[in-house]
Design a protein around this ligand. Structure first.
Ligand SMILES: [Zn+2]
Length: 361
């Protein structure tokens, strides 16, 4: 397999999460590559977003599950402005790191492990909706993880190559304020300004952040009002919440449900949920990482552990208690930005590492 060529093809085949036809084009490439390696490929149909591609080598107990996603955060046409390009020791392009390179590494690792005597079942699930919450893939991920001895997630590693052995949980809220519209000149006193009320709420929400507990809230989007001479009747914000420690989600949820209006005659309503539970560096993770470190050392790789405030599909696997390693994809930086790149040599390094894990676990 020519990993660089496949990476270029996958990056140039853009796949924003909400564009089913686009993600399905990547799915077709993945299915074809997996079949070339002798996989039984099942296309899991999905009407909302792209189909999920399930590839199996062998069957039975004690298998290893490789998890990848095919969607990216970049709208169609980004590739015209930011083309795939190899420059020095780096490869740039939308979705290189997150995580087209991860797909390439997974496939190439299977190929490499097959050459050196792979003797256990391997399953590769490539999903279509990770960047928008994995709503249609979560059940498949959980069911497959429960049958597996080990789950390897091919999200990019940290910039120093560390695996991601903890991740914060990710949730969100929508908060709506209702006021009363009125003419800003003629009947100012009759109005109840929803934006003014929301200003109070925004401060209260931001203050729920507690760095000492690794809990953060970010009011990231605000919408309200219509024209300047009307007292705004409605204002809405959307809030990103990250939690790591037990009880913190419950604290935030209670506080959000308890938001009280400051101005008479306005109403505040918050709705939200925890989408991805935290992935703590717990006993299972420690044991799994130590075992992986031992296996990596045999091929001269010094495996390091780190973490991320960002969520991934690993967050769904962690609560199941199944041994799990995340961040096995390429090494680079610039997630979700147009600066995104990977170090070219990390492709081959990770193929070596993942194929060794597949063979020697
Ligand atoms: Zn990703």
């Amino acid at each position: 397999m020519n990993t660089i060529q496949l990476l270029k093809t996958l990056v140039e085949t853009e796949s924003p999460s909400h564009d089913k036809a686009a993600v399905d084009r990547v799915g077709a490439i993945v299915a074809e590559e997996a079949r070339k390696l002798g996989a039984q490929v099942e296309v899991i149909p999905n009407s909302r977003t792209g189909d999920h591609i399930l590839s199996k080598w062998g069957s039975g107990e004690g298998g290893i599950l490789l998890l990848c996603h095919m969607d990216t955060v970049f709208p169609l046409g980004t590739i015209q402005r930011i083309p795939y390009r190899e420059e020095g020791d780096r490869i740039f392009g939308p979705g290189t790191l997150d995580m087209k390179a991860g797909i390439v590494i997974a496939l190439a690792a299977v190929e490499s492990a097959q050459r050196s005597g792979l003797n256990r079942p391997v399953t590769l699930l490539c999903t279509s909706d990770e960047e928008i919450g994995s709503h249609t893939s979560r059940a498949h991920i959980e069911a497959l993880a429960k049958e597996s001895a080990l789950v390897l997630v091919l999200e990019g590693g940290l910039i120093d190559g560390s695996l991601k052995t903890w991740r914060k949980g990710v949730g969100g809220f929508t908060v709506k304020v209702n006021g009363r519209a009125a003419h800003a000149g003629g009947e100012h006193q009759m109005g109840r300004n929803a934006i003014e009320e929301m200003a109070h709420q925004v401060i209260a929400i931001q203050q729920l952040t507690d760095y000492s507990k690794q809990t953060t809230l970010n009011v990231g989007v605000i919408q309200g009002g219509t024209v300047t001479n009307v007292i705004p009747e409605e204002c809405t914000v959307r809030v990103d919440v990250r939690v790591m420690q037990p009880g913190e989600w419950e604290r935030i949820e209670a506080a959000m449900q308890n938001l009280k209006p400051v101005l008479d005659g306005t109403r505040v309503e918050a709705t939200g949920r925890l989408n991805r539970p935290p992935m703590p560096f717990d006993e299972t993770m420690k044991t799994t990482f130590e075992k992986a470190r031992g296996i990596a050392a045999k091929i001269g790789v010094e495996l390091k552990s780190g973490g991320s405030g960002g969520g991934s599909d690993a967050n769904f696997v962690a609560p199941l208690g199944v041994p799990l390693l995340d961040g096995l994809g390429a090494i680079g930086e610039g997630y979700h930005s147009e600066r995104e790149y990977i170090f070219a040599e990390s492709l081959e390094q990770r193929v070596q590492l993942v194929s060794t894990l597949l063979r020697d676990w």
